[in-house]
Design a protein around this ligand. Structure first.
Ligand code: GLA
Ligand code: ZN
Length: 665
């Protein structure tokens, strides 16, 4: 039977006598799967080679009697004290040379050979033992890879690996010197052994070295994953491997990771999140990571941890309002989750996460949250069976790039400019009009999209230039933004022609000058209406491009801020500043007015509409993220799906309709 719902379960936190009550309650609620054991190393191997798998066997068997399958995690995000006592060199070292000690989690260096040996022993025994169990359906390697390793590890082992990685990338030290521009500040190297990990310096860093370090760190985390995944696949070939990713977390490229997974998973905590863009309205901020994780494979994904009550460690978030938990779960499903696993089953009484609340409170007595989630599961499961596997087919793609993000972390230009924040300008404006978006990685086939938005294409390659050119030539609508074509992929500035480089004829312009908007912004005029450009102005000199909006303040008033150029069968837009929200909304209106692009529905702010394909039709979700009742005008061809609210939508209400696919009304 296909799985729709589950919980993250830690039976080792509770007396055995309670387990059956838990299993019974889970079954009544509609739980079909648990994830377990990803933090249980000390209980499963309390001393080297002394495996105590029996209690977990029992838990799996008991749950199976209640129709609940198991996903098992490898416990490498928290190596036990006996390992650290024996091999203290496993503990990671930060950029200032300080050791991160035992006592929390993620106190591991992912390069360390002693640690790899411990992992090999444990994971092999674990996989061989549980791989035979038919109730174990899949694996998760580690937990939230990249989490807590702020600047990763600068220990000697990591440095050694970095040198090997560089040797492989550049072949010779002369090449490295050239690609890193080491003539500056006397950084020339005679051999790879002289190259250091970029630890804290007296002043500044080489941007090319920093970019390679970030690439290396992403590759290291990927290697750490694959090292374990290979053991698991060998021992238990019939089971899936997934990973609980964290939306836009940046330590490892999730595109690369997803290539090694059977499907992607994501952890969704609307009440306490990662890397929030404070400028993005809430609903858009919650939706974007879901769309992003879908984009890692363009396939349905799982939520491996979905918020089930109040979040918190030392401090706590708000109590979810009545309806909110079900709304958030529905949002995950609406954006492509085929299964939702709630974190965690019961709020724990011990440890760091005593206040990261679960489905059940500390007392274990079901309360409001568990009643709401139970209702949510019973109501949604039949619907999920209907659209399982189905996805939306967005006409707009947003190119997402870890490399561009890294480059802007290294040199943000403006203290408040972030890559993700800039990307969210476009995402949010499209979201607010209920225009579905697909995230794509750099280099991916773009031909299926009517619009491609590629923000901050700062690091440029001839391949990317050729791809963008061909896309427009063949009739695509391309949106490029400020700081396009500034650097080579090794983070050295281009010098062979004026900005934006080779794409100047596609865009019909050059950018001879720019202005960093420190402590100010710039007025923008579009057809007599006033907007603001933020953080940055590229000063555009049109060479055929038509200005849509112009700067209306500063010494460059009258200079184009947004342009469009006809090229081949398509059009290329250039947005020379970071748009404020009203300007971005105006830009999306231009997208709608100038093409066949249409919103799914017009709704009040923070009432979201999205859809999934289901057997040639569409299932439309209308999600009210506000605390007020909201009117929504439902198209005549949409029929309500039983069990969900209708319009007007109650506060935090979820309405679901079946209707023709977008554009087929
Ligand atoms: C993450 C982790 C979980 C737990 C929760 C709550 O998502 O994967 O192990 O720590 O956060 O903090
Ligand atoms: Zn290390």
């Amino acid at each position: 039977m296909a799985i729709s719902f589950g919980v993250d379960y830690y039976p080792e936190h509770w007396p055995r006598e309670r387990w059956e009550t838990d299993a019974k309650l889970m079954q009544e609620m509609g739980v079909q799967v648990v994830r377990m054991a990803e933090f249980s190393w000390s209980r499963l191997e309390p001393r080297e080679g002394e495996f105590q798998f029996g209690w977990l066997d029992d838990a799996i068997a008991l749950l199976a009697r209640y129709g609940i399958s198991t996903i098992l995690g490898t416990p490498t995000a928290a190596p036990p004290a006996w390992i650290i006592a024996r091999n203290p060199e496993i503990q990671p070292v930060d950029s200032q040379g300080r050791v991160r000690h035992f006592g929390g989690r993620h106190h591991d260096c992912q390069s360390n050979p002693a640690y790899r040996a411990h992992i090999k022993r444990y994971v092999t025994a674990f996989a061989e033992h549980f791989g035979k169990n038919p109730n174990v359906i899949g694996w998760q390697v580690d937990n939230e890879l990249g989490n807590s390793h702020e600047d990763l590890c600068f220990c000697e082992e990591c440095e050694k690996r970095f040198r090997l990685w560089l040797q492989e990338r550049y072949g010779s030290i002369e090449e490295l010197n050239r690609h890193w521009g080491t003539v500056f500040w006397s950084q020339g190297y005679n051999s790879f052994d002289e190259v250091f990990a970029p630890r804290m310096t007296a002043s500044g860093h080489n941007p090319s070295q920093m970019l390679d370090w970030k690439r290396f760190c992403s590759d290291l985390v990927l290697d750490f994953h694959n090292f374990q995944a290979e053991i698991l696949r060998k021992a238990a070939p019939g089971k899936f491997i997934t990973h609980n990713m964290m939306g836009f977390s940046d330590k490892i490229s999730y595109f690369d990771l997803a290539d090694h997974l059977d499907f992607s998973s994501h952890d969704q905590y609307p009440g306490g999140h990662f890397q929030e863009d404070p400028n993005a309205p809430r609903a858009a901020r919650l939706a974007a990571p879901l769309d992003f994780i879908r984009g890692t494979k363009h396939r349905p994904f799982w939520i491996m941890e979905q918020q089930s009550s109040i979040t918190g460690w030392g401090d706590m978030g708000r109590a979810p309002r009545p309806g909110q938990l079900a709304l958030w779960a529905a949002q995950s499903i609406a954006h492509g989750a085929d299964a939702v696993v709630f974190f965690r089953w019961r709020t724990c009484t011990v440890g760091t996460e005593q206040y990261w609340h679960g489905v059940l409170p500390h007392s274990g007595v079901p309360g409001r949250c568990s009643r709401e989630l139970s209702a949510c599961m019973h109501r949604a499961a039949p619907l999920m069976a209907r659209h399982r596997g189905g996805l939306p087919k967005p006409k707009v793609a947003i190119v997402f790039s870890y490399e561009q993000e890294y480059a802007f972390q290294i040199q943000p230009h403006h203290p408040e400019l972030t890559y993700l924040g800039h990307v969210m300008t476009y995402y949010r404006a499209l979201f607010e009009r209920n225009i579905p978006v697909e995230f794509v990685r750099e280099g991916e086939d773009l031909s299926g999209y009517e619009w491609v938005v590629a923000p901050l294409q700062y690091l440029m390659t001839p391949q990317k230039e050729a791809q963008f050119r061909a896309y427009v030539e063949n009739g695509g609508n391309l949106v490029l933004t400020m700081r396009t074509g500034v650097k080579h992929e090794d983070n050295l500035c281009m010098d062979n022609q004026p900005l934006p480089g080779a794409l100047h004829d596609v865009l019909g312009l050059t950018v001879p000058e720019y202005d960093c908007l420190r402590e100010t912004d710039v007025q923008v005029d579009w057809g007599g209406a006033r907007y603001r450009g933020l953080k940055w102005s590229d000063l555009v000199e049109p060479q055929g491009a038509k200005p849509l909006a112009v700067y209306a303040s500063e010494f460059y008033a009258g200079t184009p801020a947004i342009t469009v150029n006809e090229y081949g069968k398509g059009r290329a837009y250039y947005v020379a500043t970071e748009m404020d929200a009203p300007l971005a909304a105006r830009f999306v209106q231009e997208m709608v007015d100038s093409s066949a692009l249409r919103p799914l529905l017009d709704t009040p702010q923070d009432v979201e509409v999205c859809y999934r394909e289901a057997g040639g039709k569409a299932v439309y979700f209308v999600l009210n993220h506000t605390a007020q009742e909201q009117p929504v005008e439902i198209p005549a061809g949409w029929t309500p799906v039983e069990g969900f609210d209708g319009a007007p939508l109650p506060p935090y209400g979820v309405a679901v309709y079946e209707g023709p696919l977008p554009g087929e009304a």
